[in-house]
Design a protein around this ligand. Structure first.
Ligand code: FES
Length: 193
């Protein structure tokens, strides 16, 4: 995972953060998965809840997570700045996380990244380079919010982005004619009963 930081000039001041009652119940649910005294193990799930509530992770949200989990704030900051899933500044409506690790790079992620960078306006789309998303068999891959778009090239990523611009949600998964990660061209084994 890449270390990410946010330039302080891009980070708006947020005065206060408190979990909604509904999210507080969810956070307690995550905490209950771990033995007493080990509540810090829920930190990633609880940070994710805070991020989903706020849209990104201001420092006050990290502080609220630290307090809830009885952790030193610095330990929460360390986690939030390490994992690329956490956004330390506001992002566009759709976050384009473009994988550029070797398998995706060999399969054309540079063109996909260029298309995403071209689309990124900070409001509808934000773009971020990430390490392997774990979908290499369908490289190149872009994670858009919670979904993976796979087997991309310049044309297909532009089609996906255009669909989002129109307010549609394009179908996640392979953007070529194959079932999940099965071979392109159909089954090559287990072809008969
Ligand atoms: S290298 Fe891109 S998903 Fe693994």
């Amino acid at each position: 995972m890449a270390m990410i930081t946010a330039d302080p000039k891009d980070v708006p001041h947020v005065e206060h953060f408190a979990f909604t009652p509904e999210n507080l119940v969810k956070a307690q649910g995550w905490i209950s998965h771990y033995p007493a005294g080990r509540q810090a193990s829920a930190v990633i799930a609880v940070l994710d809840l805070a991020q989903r509530q706020q849209g990104w992770l201001p420092r006050v949200a990290m502080d609220a997570v630290a307090k809830l989990l009885d952790m030193a704030p610095i330990r929460v900051y360390e986690i939030a700045t390490f994992y690329t899933m956490f956004q330390l500044k506001p992002r566009g409506k759709y976050l384009l996380q473009v994988c550029t690790t070797t398998p995706c790079w060999l399969r054309g992620s540079e063109a996909v990244m260029k298309a995403c960078q071209h689309a990124a306006d900070g409001e509808t789309f934000s773009v971020q380079e990430v390490e392997c998303l774990g979908g290499c068999v369908n490289a190149p891959v872009v994670q858009i919010n919670d979904d993976f778009y796979e087997d991309l090239d310049e044309t297909s990523i532009n089609k996906v982005l255009d669909a989002f611009r129109r307010g549609e949600t394009p179908k996640p998964g392979p953007q070529v004619n194959r079932q999940t990660s099965a071979p392109i061209g159909g089954a090559t084994t287990l072809r008969s009963e």
